[in-house]
Design a protein around this ligand. Structure first.
Ligand SMILES: Cc1cc2nc3c(=O)[nH]c(=O)nc-3n(C[C@H](O)[C@H](O)[C@H](O)COP(=O)(O)O)c2cc1C
Length: 144
């Protein structure tokens, strides 16, 4: 799903939040899997991301319609999108109810970033995050 409400909330351990309404399909999925991924699109992908934010995975196969490719994360129980330039793979660390939104705090277990200027993500691990991050290099990407 598309999320606007979220952001980094800790550097050590590196954590990122997303705030979801309970009615979303993604909400139950995050609780069941205790994990989620944050997929940051390029500007060229904005229209597809907008579409992902107006339909529910309960009703349609968003991957089939958008052409995005779902890849199983090697470190958390959640898929990520192959075509986006930045992926954060998060283990659910805390759940905070804030009004009608549930704020999920995820510890970043790994990340994949495009360091080549192309759309395919590459694992750069601590290269981007520096010493304050717990992210480590994954085994399913060869690196740039
Ligand atoms: C630009 C944009 C930003 C959005 N931000 C949020 C958000 O921060 N939290 C939320 O609960 N829904 C947000 N939505 C709405 C969800 O993406 C939408 O309800 C989506 O259909 C849920 O998908 P799902 O049912 O497959 O999980 C946003 C939608 C758009 C288009």
């Amino acid at each position: 799903m598309t999320v606007a409400w979220g952001g980094f909330c800790s550097s050590q351990p590196a954590c990122v939040t997303v705030s979801l309404r309970k009615a979303t399909y993604s909400h139950a999925s995050i609780i069941a899997r205790k994990a989620y991924t944050v997929n940051v699109p390029s500007s060229a992908q904005v229209a597809l991301v907008d579409y992902v934010g107006i339909v529910s995975g309960r009703d349609v196969d968003k991957f089939a319609i958008t052409g995005f490719t779902a890849v199983r994360s090697g470190v958390v129980d959640a898929p990520y999108i192959e075509e986006v330039p930045l992926v954060l793979e998060c283990r659910l660390a805390q759940i905070v109810q804030v009004g009608i939104q549930t704020m999920f705090v995820g510890e970043i277990a790994d990340m994949k970033a495009d360091v080549t200027g192309h759309e395919n993500p590459r694992d750069v691990g601590e290269g981007i995050w520096g010493s304050g991050c717990s992210a480590s290099k994954g085994s399913n990407w060869s690196g740039a």
